[in-house]
Design a protein around this ligand. Structure first.
Ligand SMILES: Nc1ncnc2c1ncn2[C@@H]1O[C@H](COP(=O)(O)OP(=O)(O)O)[C@@H](O)[C@H]1O
Ligand SMILES: [Mg+2]
Length: 322
């Protein structure tokens, strides 16, 4: 890529980050959810899709959210991207309070603050436009720039996601993986603060999925966009430093990955699992732990100097008096 072009793009992103730092969102945390609840009512039935979900993402982080089908991943992403409204709780993204936004504010928020990538490749791109025109379109809609400038930026973004050769191709002339990488370029064309992707690798083979994550990493690293990727494929999570697990509409645990250099100079990849503690002090024990000790109903807690012990409740066998 023309290095100068790329530097210009990066400078632009940096300048934007600077002005932001002096403006609206001085509060810590780029994405903050506390006790988020979403209840769907259908045919007189209530489905509690999110039941008090907590989430904290720093500016510039790239995280994955994993969970089985039906755990509430899409519901969460739809709320965070302004497509849906929470029933209760708090959600804040880049200084925007997502609770009680007017329709107009919501539209503005979706246009300027967030970018979105869907699972279905066909939903992300206009089928009658080439890749570069797909990317140039939102650039031109967002601000008054000449077509020449928009096209130049579009080419730079396609290069950044690793598919410069696809610029003049229509979506149907590209592989599924290439289409999704073009979709990432489209999603960040209007310089959003945050990029959400709902199962973006769902229709891709393993190699294409890895390439898509490379593209997301490049966007995250070079443009400083905060990224949240939802997936039910735990294999892809080795690409991110932090993976948050969601279970029954709540975040339950997270895995952090880092690289450590051992004494022998070799790099070691370390993955550590954490349980999440909410503000009220609640935490969820992993299913396997609960099963292993047949924990039920209540457990005994003992505070030790540097940890808390959780034991099965053995008092239930005693005869209760008075
Ligand atoms: N529009 C809706 N109306 C009723 N129930 C819904 C709606 N959207 C999602 N749900 C329900 O909410 C739960 C979570 O769904 P979803 O967020 O799509 O999960 P995931 O994306 O993790 O598969 C599911 O039980 C689903 O059936
Ligand atoms: Mg989903």
């Amino acid at each position: 890529m023309a290095r100068a072009e790329f530097d210009a793009l990066e400078q632009q992103a940096l300048r934007r980050a600077e002005t932001r730092d002096h403006e609206a969102d001085q509060q810590p945390g780029h994405i903050v959810c506390e006790g988020l609840v979403r209840i769907f009512k259908a045919d007189g039935l209530e489905v509690v899709a999110l039941q008090g979900l907590d989430l904290w993402v720093e500016r510039g982080e790239m995280i994955a959210i994993v969970g089985v089908s039906g755990s509430g991943k899409s519901t969460l992403l739809n709320i965070l991207s302004g497509l849906d409204e929470p029933t209760a709780g708090q959600a804040r993204v880049a200084g925007h309070d997502l609770f009680g936004m007017s329709a107009r504010q919501r539209l503005e928020y979706r246009r300027r603050t967030v970018g979105f990538v869907w699972q279905q490749t066909s939903r992300n791109l206009l089928h009658y436009l080439t890749a570069v025109d797909n990317v140039a379109l939102p650039i031109q809609l967002a601000r008054p720039v000449s077509r020449r400038v928009a096209l130049r930026r579009a080419h730079t973004l396609l290069e950044l996601v690793g598919i410069p050769d696809c610029a003049r191709r229509l979506p149907r002339e590209m592989s599924g993986g290439e289409q999704q990488r073009a979709a990432v370029a489209v999603a960040v064309a209007n310089q959003p603060e945050v990029l959400f992707a709902d199962e973006p690798t769902g229709e891709l083979d393993e190699t294409s999925a890895a390439e898509l994550f490379d593209a997301l990493e490049a966007i995250n690293r070079e443009l400083g966009v905060t990224i949240v990727v939802v997936t039910h494929d735990t294999a892809v999570t080795r690409h991110v430093a932090r993976t948050v697990a969601i279970r029954d509409g709540r975040t339950s645990s997270e895995v952090r990955r880092r690289v450590r250099r051992g004494l022998d100079g070799q790099e070691e990849h370390i993955a550590e699992e954490y349980a999440l503690l909410d503000r009220a002090g609640r935490l969820q024990l992993p299913r396997a732990y609960v099963d292993a000790l047949e924990l039920e109903h209540r457990v005994r807690l003992d505070l030790e100097p540097d940890h808390v012990a959780v034991r099965p409740d053995d008092s239930s066998h005693e005869v209760r008096r008075g």
